[in-house]
Design a protein around this ligand. Structure first.
Ligand SMILES: [Zn+2]
Length: 136
């Protein structure tokens, strides 16, 4: 973990504390661009459908003309837990930003792993303990 990684976790937690105040918005993502900007997003979970926060962050990055995202982290429980992006999000992120790293694992012992593949996520945590994953 670099200082910039710790700062990214803090950024996601700050967004979660500020914006995750209902069942419709429970997760917050922060992503750092290659030039050091931070893009943040929350999930949308409605009865009619929803979007994971990583998808919202990715779309925001593309909208803002970001060509490379370097690191991403998602938090739940208003910043008390780190959330592993779901398979669908990891595939989407890896397709758009192949070099992306993600911060996952226990909040008191986070790790940084490549976004590519489920093996990376399991490798970073206890394989017997299914990580909390974004699912909208
Ligand atoms: Zn997802």
């Amino acid at each position: 973990m670099r200082d910039t990684d710790r700062a990214l976790v803090q950024a996601a937690s700050a967004v979660a504390k500020l914006r995750c105040r209902s069942a419709a918005h429970t997760l917050a993502t922060a992503a750092r661009t290659a030039d050091g900007r931070v893009i943040s997003a929350v999930n949308v979970a409605r009865a009619a459908g929803g979007a994971c926060p990583e998808v919202v962050a990715l779309a925001t990055a593309v909208t803002q003309g970001v060509s490379e995202l370097e690191t991403i982290v998602t938090v739940g429980e208003r910043g008390r837990t780190l959330v592993t992006p779901c398979d669908s999000c990891r595939r989407l992120l890896a397709d758009q930003f192949p070099g992306l790293r993600m911060i996952i694992g226990p909040v008191d012992d986070p790790r940084v792993v490549p976004v590519t593949g489920r093996a990376a996520a399991i490798e970073a945590g206890d394989p017997t303990d299914e990580p909390e994953v974004c699912d909208r």
